[in-house]
Ligand binder design. Structure first.
Ligand code: MN
Length: 345
């Protein structure tokens, strides 16, 4: 296992599913030595095998890049857990199996989210700076099209990796989702502690109270605080999605949250993106054009002694860009890299 406590604050790349030689080269060309994979495409309908995970680590090592995190297992691995349905015991056994294999392969962090209704956007092509395209979310539009769940989930899958909603069937209160969350963490966190795998919690995106009839728990400071205090362990922390935290209060409170969780060593890594506008009416944008001042974000991370990595998350689609947005990502990586070098604590 990589000793991640001795590494400096740095920029990395990620948010893709398939590791190729070309992708690993691109990461190196951007000046990064670390990457994350989001929902890697591996064999297995309900769990992952050690050999497949070890193979990812081996290929990364050959390219001299560290595979620091896997973010998200496929939703089908734990949808019954999130919904508290009959199949959850079986899924728990499989999640324990997968988590042991991830750790044994030497991958230090597993990012996770707990939002059965998935990521929602009402637009995938809002025009931002110079005609770049970015996603947007407008709550009124989402409410007006209450049957949008399936559409927005599959759009989410297209854009953000494999994360999408599951077939829900009925309404779930926020309390019910919280109880399902507790049931899972009580059982899974001791396994993570045993094998030394860090679990990093991503916010619900967008962080509104409910979507598609399902309550969304991880949408404000208090609920994150409750999760971190209830399940307090060196193996439990945050995948701090700066974009989602910016969405929560229109950019207010982001540095306070970094300070609070960072001082407690609860920030394992950062999705560094920003949006314009509040949670019920926002558009994603380039860093520096959004609600937050990226200089203040980096300064605060330095002040709390953050030693993890930051990755571009969703990025604006530039002219001539690829599906993964190589251009948008390269621009963002350079921006973050320069900030890390230049900003004093
Ligand atoms: Mn994110």
């Amino acid at each position: 296992m990589i000793n991640i406590d001795t590494l400096p604050m740095r920029v990395a790349l990620g948010q893709f599913q398939k590791m190729t030689t070309a992708r690993l080269k691109f990461i190196k060309q951007c000046g990064c030595d670390d990457f994350q994979l989001n929902t890697p495409i591996l064999p297995g309908q309900e769990k992952w095998e050690y050999e497949d995970l070890a193979n990812l680590v081996h290929q990364a090592k050959e390219a001299q890049i560290r595979l620091m995190a896997i973010e998200n297992v496929p939703t089908r691995f734990y949808d019954q857990i999130m919904l508290g349905a009959d199949g959850r015991e079986h899924q728990l056994d499989n999640m324990i199996y997968t988590i042991r294999n991830i750790a044994r392969a030497g991958i230090p962090i597993l990012g996770y989210a707990f939002m059965p209704a998935g990521v929602w956007r009402t637009s995938q092509a809002e025009v931002v700076r110079g005609g770049s395209l970015a996603t947007g979310f407008h709550y009124k539009t989402a409410l007006a099209a209450s049957a949008i769940t399936e559409t927005s989930s599959s759009q989410g899958r297209d854009l953000f990796g494999a994360w999408g909603g599951v077939d829900i069937g009925r309404d779930y209160s926020e309390q019910e989702i919280w109880e399902n969350y507790c049931w899972y963490l009580e059982r899974i966190l001791p396994i993570c502690e045993e094998v030394g795998l860090r679990l990093a919690l991503h916010p619900d995106d967008p962080p509104v109270a409910s979507l598609g009839g399902v309550g969304r728990v991880f949408r404000n400071f208090d609920n994150f605080s409750r999760a971190m205090e209830t399940f307090n362990s060196p193996m439990h922390g945050l995948d701090f999605c700066h974009g989602c935290w910016s969405e929560m209060k229109g950019g207010n409170g982001v540095t306070d949250a970094i300070r609070h969780f960072g001082e407690r060593n609860k920030i394992f890594y950062v999705h560094f993106r920003d949006v314009q506008g509040p949670v019920d009416d926002f558009t994603e944008c380039y860093l520096g054009d959004g609600n937050c001042d990226p200089v203040e974000t980096i300064r605060t991370l330095k002040q709390v002694g953050f030693q993890g990595f930051l990755i571009p998350d969703h990025v604006p689609r530039m002219i001539g860009d690829t599906e993964w947005c190589h251009r948008g990502r390269a621009w963002t990586v350079g921006y973050i890299k320069a900030l890390i070098s230049a900003v004093k604590p």
